[in-house]
Design a protein around this ligand. Structure first.
Ligand code: ADQ
Length: 481
């Protein structure tokens, strides 16, 4: 048990994530308040948090800020402070400069720095301590994502009475790549502190159990890993999803329908509208996609007077070097394609480097004929599921990379290999020119999958499995327990 007495109410259900589920807003009169930040995880957790009066442990999003825990809606928020140096080393450094590229097939080069690791370790300890403080005896704690992989073990050491789940939102790499990591053993041991480790795909779960078996010499049987102490952990796939009904309702609403028409008009009422929506990240294949589209225009396969491409890219991790470079590269490519192939009435590609509200996203999904999702590697990818949810007319076409986790579920998409520019060009052309019947048949199948496997089903399947784990068996403080 953690030694210090808790200074606030404890909770039976605790989520631990890098960020709190709220953003601070400042009104015109200077008063600040909190607003729920948009996002799948927050949507999924909301009903559970409300019902169980849960607590959410996370960073507030600004440096050097120490805030007391506070109530928000009917749950409790526990801010974890991070210094400016920690944001640099733990967040931008180890999380986004080491783990992110390593876990995404090394599509950018991961950097290994001991001071980044030290900060990651120290910050994970802080999150674990905050979770240990707020969790009631026998509580369920659900730790989220790659920034906090050491927390399960650190928490179990402090609180062997808890049920601990972990979910990784990004891919888990094959052993051949993972073994580059100088701290690979610590990461695996950190994760094994959980009772259930959730992955986006069966492939990710298998990569993990393979490492446990071959590198850690642990016994594994299918999804079960047995630790030297005799305790066991399950590594299993839980493909994340979206609030499909919510998106569909939004897309059908009058304001969004009106905005969809208006948007299309603003884009010059093209015969075919292509859409790309991503965080500006090198894993998303934005550059490759626009290059392929540029070639189709240059070859005359697509007529720039009849087609439009809307690419929206949310600014992301702008202080990390690799992201600055990507931003410049995409800017240059769009400039070149528009300079060479656009005309006075319409740019070949309309590129917005901005975040847009959910209603605007729904309007874009509603009006786009072809949604192009081409990551080089992606844990799941929610954009493709959001697009499908918004197509209640069962029209529209989805071009999807084989390297997105979602490809395992959305098999009726126009599948492409983003490393093969011809494959991408072929996929976009087919999606544009396919018969209406074919498109409808594909879209119906995609919608069935997304609506029967929504975010509620995702959270329920993970939490049901966690609830079925036998009550914690040990009071040991052995790190391998
Ligand atoms: P991300 O890498 O952020 O998530 P993704 O799954 O596509 O990728 O989610 C992006 C979310 O941001 C979507 O909900 C989308 O609507 C929104 N978004 C994108 N561009 C936007 C814009 N310009 N304006 C506003 N909103 C925008 C990580 C993993 C994924 C995994 C998710 C969830 O990398 O693989 O699917 O977590 O687990």
């Amino acid at each position: 048990m953690s030694e210090e007495a808790p200074q606030y109410d404890q909770a039976d259900f605790v989520v631990v994530a890098n960020r709190l589920p709220v953003d601070r807003t400042t009104d015109a009169d200077g008063t600040t308040s909190w607003r729920t930040s948009p996002g799948g995880l927050v949507t999924a957790m909301e009903p559970v948090m409300q019902e169980r009066h849960g607590a959410w442990v996370g960073w507030v999003g600004a440096p050097d800020e120490t805030l007391d825990p506070f109530d928000y809606d009917s749950y409790h928020l526990v801010p974890v402070p991070l210094s400016a140096a920690e944001i640099e080393d733990y967040y931008e450094g180890f999380s986004n400069g080491t783990l992110w590229p390593l876990y995404h097939d090394v599509v950018a080069k991961p950097e290994y720095h001991r001071e980044w690791w030290d900060a990651y370790h120290a910050v994970n300890e802080r999150f674990a301590e905050a979770a240990a403080q707020v969790a009631a005896p026998g509580a369920t704690v659900w730790v989220q994502d790659y920034q906090l992989q050491l927390v399960p073990q650190m928490l179990r050491r402090r609180r062997p009475d808890l049920r601990i789940g972990f979910f990784l939102h990004i891919p888990f790499p094959p052993v051949e790549l993972f073994q580059q990591l100088p701290w690979r053993r610590q990461i695996i041991e950190g994760l094994l502190g959980a009772d259930i480790i959730g992955f986006q795909t069966p492939g990710g779960a298998q990569n993990f159990t393979r490492i446990c078996r071959h590198r850690m010499k642990m016994e594994t049987h299918r999804e079960v890993v047995t630790l030297p102490s005799g305790r066991s952990t399950r590594a299993k796939a839980y493909p994340i999803s979206i609030d499909a009904k919510g998106f569909e309702a939004l897309a059908r609403s009058r304001p969004v329908q009106d905005r969809a028409r208006e948007l299309r008009h603003e884009l010059g009422d093209p015969e075919v509208l292509f859409l790309g929506v991503d965080r500006l990240d090198y894993t998303k294949g934005i550059y490759h996609r626009l290059r392929a589209y540029g070639e189709l225009l240059a070859e005359g396969v697509i007529d720039p007077r009849k087609a439009a491409f809307l690419q929206v890219a949310t600014p992301s991790r702008e202080r990390v070097e690799e992201y600055k470079r990507l931003r410049d590269e995409v800017n240059m490519l769009v400039g070149r394609i528009n300079g060479d192939l656009g005309d006075l009435r319409r740019p070949a590609i309309t590129y917005l480097h901005t975040s847009v509200p959910r209603t605007e996203m729904a309007a874009m999904y509603t009006t786009a004929d072809v949604c192009v999702v081409t990551p080089l590697r992606d844990g799941m990818n929610l954009v493709c599921k959001e697009y499908v949810a918004c197509r209640s007319g069962t029209d529209g076409a989805l071009v999807l990379s084989e390297f997105a986790g979602a490809a395992g579920e959305l098999r009726q998409a126009y599948m492409i290999n983003p490393y093969d520019i011809n494959s991408m060009k072929h996929g976009m052309t087919l999606a544009m020119n396919d018969t209406v019947q074919n498109k409808r048949r594909r879209m119906r199948a995609l919608r069935r999958q997304v609506f029967t496997h929504d975010i509620e089903a995702w959270a329920a399947s993970f939490l049901d499995d966690l609830a079925a784990v036998p009550a914690p068996q040990t009071t040991s403080t052995d790190p391998q327990a």
